[in-house]
Design a protein around this ligand. Sequence first.
Ligand code: AP5
Length: 209
Amino acid sequence: MRVLLIGPPGAGKGTQASRIADHFDLARIATGDLLREQVANGTELGKVAKEYMDRGDLVPDDLVIEMTRDRMVEANEEGGYVLDGYPRTLAQAEAAYRWALARGIPFDLTLYFEIEEQELLARLAGRAREEHRSDDTEETVRHRLEVFANQTRPLVDYYQRRGILVPINAVGPIDAISEEIFATLHWHKARTMSAGVNRPEWVLGPTAT
Ligand code: AP5
């Protein structure tokens, strides 16, 4: 199973990605975590990425695409993955799509986490008090929300046109949200297995953007 999660900062993507990965025995590929690891290790990529991340901007597409590809191959060979925070721009989505199509491993489902801005601000303020993430300051969080609206939100239409978008109500108890997601993924898995090949991404092809 190859699942990707889209949602604004604080929507709960990381929280639910870990649970999905455990429940379905998938690898979790979280570009934010991978980039923070590069920053912590002081690599060349980390030095470049830090400037963008501290401002709340997206790291350039080519760097993120390159960083993510090998991990997707490895994870696919081990049974699949849940992508947390990637793709995040139309350029990333197109690159991921063409690359996956060429290898016969298109995405199965995109879960879109729907949530109001007030709830996001409250959650991230709470995390800022506990974890001190450098991009969780109030000003940077507001900028990250704008970046989401301008650069990532268009992916909702993109995946809807491909027929693989499922909205998830991301407000409420964490366990209840997990249950909704698990039910959605189990249903999809059963349907795909009983129907043989049922992959809207295949049907639409790369020009359906
Ligand atoms: P990234 O680490 O991906 O951050 P983000 O998308 O802004 O997401 P967050 O981690 O803030 O939130 P989340 O949705 O994962 O929520 P979480 O589960 O943590 O990216 C950071 C930066 O890296 C980007 O700004 C960019 O610079 C760069 N980057 C990453 N990917 C990139 C890409 N593809 N291209 C270019 N640049 C990229 O939950 C948040 C809080 O809420 C937690 O405290 C949690 O405990 C709590 N919470 C979760 N669920 C609930 C609930 N149901 N009720 C109450 N509280 C909850």
